[in-house]
Each structure stands twice: as C-alpha cells, then as structure tokens.
Design a protein around this ligand. Structure first.
Ligand SMILES: Nc1ncnc2c1ncn2[C@@H]1O[C@H](COP(=O)(O)OP(=O)(O)OP(=O)(O)O)[C@@H](O)[C@H]1O
Ligand SMILES: [Mg+2]
Length: 159
C-alpha cells in the first residue's frame, strides 16, 4: 500500500505524526526518509506526543539514538529515535547496535535509514517526505504487510 498525504506546514506534519503515533505498538519500526530539513524530526515529535513522551524530543544527529519512556495503548513503551545521517559505513550500523532496538517493547523511528537497509525488518513502515523550506510536503507511507495496510486505512479515516 502506498498512501500519499499533503502537509501544508510544520504543524500539519506534527499532527500527522500524532495521528500515526496513536496507531503504533511495540515492535514497530518506522523509516523516515527525505532530504535535510524535509520534516522527519517534526513528524517524529508528533509521534512522540501521541506516545505521551514528556521530555522534549531533540534530534539525535550527534548521539545517533535517543530513548524515551512512553505509553502506547495504556502499556509502557520505549520510543527509540535514531538518526543515521552521520554513519558512513554499514559496519558502523552494527557497532552502534541499531538492530538491538528492534524489540517487542520498543517503537523504533529511524531517520536516514538507508545505510542500515540490510538489517531493517521486512515489515517496517517507510515514510518519505518530499519538499523543503516553506513549501508544502508530500508525505508517502509505504508498507508491504496486511497489518500496516489496515492501520494506514484507519489513519486515512481519522480526520
Ligand atoms: N510542511 C512542513 N512539514 C514539516 N516541516 C516543515 C514544513 N514546512 C516547513 N517546515 C520546516 O522545515 C523544517 C523541518 O525540520 P526537521 O528537523 O523536521 O527536518 P529533518 O527532515 O528531520 O532534517 P534532518 O535530515 O536534518 O534531520 C522545520 O524548520 C519546519 O518548521
Ligand atoms: Mg531530523
């Protein structure tokens, strides 16, 4: 399934993150793609807000990954937010332990996931944001599983 949604401004992107965040559960891996400044972190913050993350979410550009304690469907959940932009070699993906984040009690958001392509779960949700600056964004959601298809339909239906 490939769902494309337009976002007119940063608040709109944040809100799409909130809407998606409500549908997430432990074990989910979400790849956030798009150029520098596309809005990946803006969307991630919306997801964090739906998962009741209390602390301010900051971009993990230098730390590679930040972990937050949240709640999904009344259950405690870990939100792991990664940014692999600064990695240069696939070996580094193993060194920083990207795969360790794929756990049933964690929701994992990965900005710049391309370098980790070989180890990403086949059932991850791919989100690509196109557009930059103050122009509107096209945000596409792509998945190969029935489970994501069901959840994306629900996402589409919630106004
Ligand atoms: N429709 C929009 N959606 C998202 N962000 C927007 C939109 N319009 C303008 N912006 C602005 O674009 C910027 C997006 O920044 P953000 O940090 O989310 O990008 P990013 O994709 O995470 O970049 P990076 O690859 O550097 O991590 C913000 O300054 C935001 O205010
Ligand atoms: Mg970012």
């Amino acid at each position: 399934m490939n769902l494309v949604v337009q976002s007119l401004n940063a608040e709109n992107t944040h809100f799409l993150g909130v809407k998606l965040g409500k549908l997430l559960q432990g074990g989910d891996v979400i790849c956030l793609m798009g150029d520098l400044g596309a809005g990946k972190t803006a969307l991630a913050k919306g997801i964090g807000s739906a998962l009741a993350i209390q602390e301010p979410m900051t971009s993990p550009t230098f730390t590679f990954q930040n972990e937050y304690a949240g709640v999904a469907h009344s259950q405690p959940i870990r939100l792991i937010h990664m940014d692999l932009y600064r990695l240069r070699y696939p070996e580094e993906v193993e060194i920083i332990g990207v795969e360790d984040a794929f756990q049933e009690d964690a929701i994992c958001l990965i900005e710049w996931p391309e370098i980790a392509a070989d180890i990403l779960p086949k059932d991850c949700l791919e989100i690509r944001i196109e557009g930059s600056g103050e122009e509107p964004r096209n945000i596409s959601f792509r998945s190969n599983t029935d489970d994501w298809e069901r959840r994306l339909k629900e996402f589409e239906e919630v106004s």
